[in-house]
Each structure stands twice: as C-alpha cells, then as structure tokens.
Ligand binder design. Structure first.
Ligand code: NCD
Length: 313
C-alpha cells in the first residue's frame, strides 16, 4: 500500500505520469466520473484549510466517490486526547483513503504507520505539503511546458512555509534549475533543506533580501504568506508580515513571460492590481489542484491503470 507523505515518495517519472493523468482528466472528465463509485475519502483536517480540503472533497465527488471527515481539531476526538494512531486506526474502517492536515510535523507520517488505507499528507505543520507541490508542478508544466533551465525565486516566509520546502524537493529532480531564495534574515530557508536537498543536487542557489535585486532574472516568482500561526510572538509577525509586497511597479523590471505563483491564501504579499496581469498564475494554479488530487486518489487506490494507454480500467 502506498502513501504520499513526502514529495519524494513518488519518483520523478511517477510524478510526471500523475500530472499527465491530471491533464487527461481535464480533457475527458466524463471518463472518470464514476471511477471511485463506492469509495470513501476521509478528510481529516486538524488545521484550517479552504483550498486543500475543498479540492480534495471536490476531487472525490467528481470521481463518483463520497467524503466524510472534520475540518477542525476541536470537533474531533483529538480534543479529548486521542492519538493520531488511534484516530487513523478507526478511520481505516470508515474510509478507503485519507487526507490528513495536522499542525504537528510528522503526524501524517505517524498515521501512515498505523493505517490500513493510503494516507495523504495534506500539510503537516511547517514541514511538508506534497499535494500543493503536485499542484505547483502542474501549473508550471501547463504554463511553461517544462521545468528544466528555469530560474525560480521563492519569496517570503521560507522558514515556516511548508509549500516551499516540498516544492524545492520536487524541483531539484529536474535539470539546470537555479534557485533564488528571497526572504528576511529571520525567515531564511531552513539549513536542512539547503544541506540535504539543494546542495547535493548540484543546482545553483543564492539568497537575496530584496526582490527588486533579482526580479529581472526570474522565470518563476513563487510568493508566500508569512505564516502567522507558526510564530512564537505577535510582534515578530507584525514586524515581518509586510516584508514583501508585489506591485505592478515592481513587475516593470520583470521578464514579459514571468510566471507569478502563490499557493494561496494571500494576505498582503501580492497587490490585487497584479491579478489582471497576464503573468499572474495563482488562481489557475489553485484550480488545477482538483485535477491533480483526482489523479492522486486514483493512483493511490490503484484505479489509474490502463487509463493513459486508452484502455478501460
Ligand atoms: C498553504 C498551506 O496550507 O501551507 N495553503 C494551501 O494549502 N494552499 C499555504 C499557506 O497557508 O500559506
């Protein structure tokens, strides 16, 4: 049985194939409308979510399956002190596959050890968010057609931003990628990501404090929100929250084919006037999340077989 806890749980080839499947689902949604009939997704959300939870639910419903779950820890037995291990043991009897978001790093991994069903990490604390990475890779593939050779600026809260950590893990598997990490000193990308992921890959990387310095070089600008809920004190958050605000003025120095990405939710880091810029990818990026999650559910349930070869599963 397979789980998706870390982006590296899928090889690059498996990831590419999954994104191809998502593309196929967009082209012929009718062919997939009943593939998960009789299957149930458990959506276990111990932390707030809009896009991730709703896109998982939408994905399962569009596959003809059903969904049960909860959307905050307070309404689950975690509030009575139940362990993640016990929760997933029970959910294994109620559902065929589970998506778990948790405020504790490693909670979905622990769940996967005790589960009798595939477990998907839908975001664990400030650690990883592999399904957002699939969504991001899908957006890059659709907009740019390739990942190789891109200069990618990751901007904002690179310390607590789990989407950034997962995206870097996936990107290093492509050729000739150049990373520019743009953050305040306090929110730099964690040392373990640089040492264990970026450096061994041999890709070029550098850091910048101001986005203006590097704007003309970027092919992709991945903006992120400062992760308020992971700060120890409110003053630090208030001081850092507006470190970067992308405006049309700042974009004047950018390439005409820059791709502006953001996992959303956005707070203040992209001015609304940027939304109409043809380089803004973030809303189309979020839309793709449904198809990518459909492809993921099919893959983990072993129901994807034969689809890409044009056979009936
Ligand atoms: C992200 C997350 O939850 O980490 N949101 C999402 O899933 N699209 C980004 C964020 O909350 O800043």
């Amino acid at each position: 049985m397979r789980h998706l806890i870390d982006p590296l749980d899928f090889t690059r080839q498996e990831t590419d194939r999954l994104l191809e499947l998502a593309e196929n689902i967009i082209q012929s949604p009718g062919a997939y409308a009943h593939r998960c009939a009789g299957k149930i997704l458990g959506a276990l959300f111990f932390e707030p979510s809009t896009r991730t939870r709703l896109s998982f639910e939408s994905a399962m419903l569009r596959l003809g399956g059903q969904v049960l779950g909860f959307s905050d820890a307070g309404s689950s037995s975690a509030s009575k002190g139940e362990s993640v291990a016990d929760t997933i043991r029970m959910v294994s009897a109620y559902a065929d596959i589970a998506a778990m978001r948790h405020f504790k790093e490693g909670a979905p991994f622990v769940a996967s050890r005790y589960a009798k069903i595939p477990v998907i990490n839908a975001g664990d604390g400030g650690h990883q968010h592999p399904t957002q990475t699939l969504t991001d890779m899908f957006a890059i593939r659709r907009r740019r057609g390739k990942v190789d050779g891109m200069t990618i600026g990751l901007c904002g809260d690179l310390k607590f931003g789990r989407t950034v950590h997962s995206l870097i893990k996936s990107l290093v598997r492509y050729e000739n990628v150049r990373f520019i990490f743009i953050s305040p000193e306090e929110l730099r990308v964690p040392g373990y990501i640089v040492k264990e992921v970026v450096e061994p890959s041999g890709h070029r990387w550098e850091e910048a404090r101001a986005m203006e310095e590097v704007m003309p070089e970027l092919d992709i600008l991945y903006m992120t929100r400062v992760q308020r809920e992971r700060f120890f004190n409110e003053e630090d958050y208030v001081r850092l929250k507006d470190s970067y605000v992308l405006t049309p003025e700042k974009l004047r120095a950018a390439k005409p084919d820059l791709s502006i990405m953001h996992p959303l939710p956005r707070v203040n880091e992209i001015a609304p006037e940027v939304d109409n810029d043809s380089r803004a990818v973030y809303f189309e990026q979020a839309k793709g999340g449904v198809y990518v999650r459909m492809a993921l559910i099919l893959t983990l349930l072993g129901l994807e077989k034969g689809i890409l070869d044009g056979e009936e599963a």
